[in-house]
Design a protein around this ligand. Structure first.
Ligand SMILES: [Mg+2]
Ligand SMILES: [Zn+2]
Length: 204
C-alpha cells in the first residue's frame, strides 16, 4: 500500500502534473510571538492577528501554505513531542477558523547538535512537505524571521525567500549575513510578504 502511494507520487512528479506552488512559513516570529524561553504550551501563544488574517487572502487559493518550524525545546527535553504537535494543530485550527489557508505543519524536534537533516537552515522539512504535498519547489516561497529560514529556502531551491522584520527579523538584519547567502527580499510583516509574492507571481 505504501509502495503504491510512493510510486504514484513519483509518477505525478515525473509527468509534472498536479504540482502546487507553496508558501512556506516559519512559525515563531512570523505567525506568533517569539519567546526566548520557548513556547511550551498553548496558553503562552501570542498570535499576530494581522499575520493570521493575511492567510485568508483570496489569491492564496492557488498555493499550498505550509508551516515549517524548528522546535528544539523538544530535543532539549523542555516539552514533549506530543505537546509541540498539539500546539501546531491548535494554531492550524485557529488559522482555518479565521478563514485562513494552511495545508500542513511540519516540525523539527531536534536540538542544534543532533545533526538531523530537518532543522533549518537544512531544507529537510521543506523537502518532506514537497514530497508529501506534491509541491513545486521552483515555484514556491519561504518566509521567515531568521537567516536560517532564508538559508533553508535557498537549500530547498525555492523561487524566493523573504525575511520579515517581525519576531527576530529586525535584529537578524543587524547581524552579519551567513556566508553563501543568495538573493532574498525583506518585508515588514507577513501581510506585506503575501502581497509581495502575489504581485511577483502575477507579473510573470
Ligand atoms: Mg522564527
Ligand atoms: Zn530535525
Amino acid at each position: 500500500m505504501v509502495r503504491v502511494a510512493v510510486f504514484l507520487v513519483e509518477k505525478v512528479r515525473e509527468y509534472n502534473v498536479v504540482m502546487f506552488p507553496a508558501v512556506f512559513l516559519d512559525r515563531d516570529g512570523v505567525l506568533i510571538e517569539n519567546r526566548p524561553d520557548y513556547v511550551r504550551e498553548w496558553s503562552q501563544v501570542s498570535i499576530f492577528p494581522e499575520a493570521i488574517r493575511s492567510l485568508g487572502h483570496a489569491r492564496l487559493e492557488g498555493y499550498k501554505v505550509v508551516i515549517v518550524t524548528n522546535q528544539s525545546a523538544v530535543g532539549r527535553g523542555l516539552i514533549s513531542l506530543e505537546t509541540a504537535v498539539e500546539i501546531n494543530e491548535h494554531l492550524v485550527r485557529l488559522i482555518r477558523a479565521e478563514g485562513g489557508r494552511v495545508d500542513g505543519a511540519y516540525l523539527c524536534p531536534h536540538g542544534p547538535t543532533d545533526g538531523c537533516e530537518c532543522r533549518k537552515p537544512k531544507p529537510g522539512l521543506l523537502l518532506q512537505a514537497a514530497r508529501e504535498l506534491s509541491l513545486d519547489l521552483k515555484r514556491s516561497w519561504m518566509i521567515g524571521d531568521a537567516w536560517s529560514d532564508v538559508q533553508a529556502g535557498q537549500a530547498a531551491g525555492v523561487r524566493g525567500s523573504i525575511l520579515l522584520k517581525t519576531g527576530r527579523g529586525a535584529e537578524q538584519l543587524t547581524l552579519p549575513k551567513p556566508p553563501g547567502l543568495a538573493g532574498y527580499s525583506v518585508c515588514n510583516d507577513l501581510a506585506q510578504a503575501v502581497e509581495f509574492i502575489l504581485r511577483r507571481d502575477g507579473a510573470r
